[in-house]
Design a protein around this ligand. Structure first.
Ligand SMILES: Nc1nc2[nH]c(SCC(=O)O)nc2c(=O)[nH]1
Length: 285
């Protein structure tokens, strides 16, 4: 039985690895122009990702890159709401809001978002209650520390066991708050308080998370780990390495891949899916 997430009326069927397209609505992401220009370009980008074959669009107004500063609720709302409202009209895809703030969750769902993608796994005050009341699916991601300091000295006994335990705890907390497992997705949070070795261990042993009984999201797109392994400093030069990493993640249990390069990832998954469809040989008597 394949998990079917009802994202505010728009289905996200996790019957095979699906692609989440990234739309960062942060001032430096689309243009050095003004806010209006940024929104217009973000929306055009989202429409393009939909045409490239994305199954869900992830809209984020708070950069959670290492070293990023906090963004106020008002600023985050000003960035994401216009984009969500127009994307909801111009595409039929489910839209996820990449936020940790309950006020942003509420306003984004009101504006048409159908999935909450929280890099802090509903740990901010009021987030569990907001997600329960909004009754939309939620991605619970692991982060050690906060973006401003998380890469200073990431430390684990066993990164896979530690992240697994954290995600199990957050699933329990969500269920206690009235969010059924059928509305949960988990994510080990590549790059969020992890060294390259930690990220590689999490990818190599990604199948360890499938016993938690909820779909798994992986997001390595254009991240530093890919850059270090391939020697590609420019993020846009990390497409091939990102596609390779996401194919491995799909093979090891991820059913949602959060990517910048939708067309490339969709193509790779088509090849992977076709091979998976090959029937085993008939056992002639
Ligand atoms: N669920 C989920 N949400 C995310 N938001 C970002 S922002 C940093 C970047 O894209 O480099 N990464 C992730 C991720 O890995 N998983």
């Amino acid at each position: 039985l394949s998990p079917r997430l009802d994202c505010n009326g728009r289905p996200l069927i996790l019957d095979r690895p699906r692609v989440m397209g990234i739309i960062n609505v942060t001032p430096d992401s689309f243009s050095d122009g003004g806010r209006h220009d940024t929104a217009d370009r973000a929306i055009a980008h989202g429409v393009r990702l939909a045409q490239e074959g994305a199954d869900v669009l992830d809209v984020g107004g708070e950069s959670t890159r290492p070293g990023a500063d906090e963004v106020s609720v008002d600023e985050e709302l000003r960035r994401v709401l216009p984009v969500i409202e127009r994307l909801a009209r111009e595409t039929t895809l489910p839209i996820s809001i990449d936020t940790s703030k309950p006020e942003v969750m509420r306003a984004a769902v009101q504006a048409g978002a159908g999935l909450i993608n929280d890099v802090r796994a509903l740990r901010m005050n009021g987030a569990l209650e907001a997600a329960a009341e909004l009754a939309v699916p939620v991605v619970l991601m692991h982060m050690q520390g906060e973006p401003g300091s998380m890469q200073a000295a990431p430390d684990y006994d066993d990164v896979v066991a530690d992240v697994h335990r954290f995600l199990a705890e957050r699933i329990f907390a969500a269920e206690m708050a009235g969010i059924p497992k059928s509305r949960l997705v988990i994510d080990p949070g590549f790059g969020f308080g992890k060294t390259i070795e930690h990220n590689l261990a999490l990818l190599a042993r990604l199948d360890a998370f499938t016993n938690l009984g909820v779909p798994l999201l992986a997001g390595l797109s254009r991240k530093r780990t890919i850059g270090e392994l391939t020697g590609r400093d420019a993020p846009e030069a990390r497409v091939h390495g990102s596609v390779a990493a996401h194919l491995i993640a799909a093979q090891r249990g991820a059913v949602l891949l959060r990517v910048h390069d939708v067309a490339a990832t969709v193509d790779a998954l088509k090849v992977w899916h076709a091979v998976g469809q090959v029937k085993p040989p008939r056992r002639d008597a």
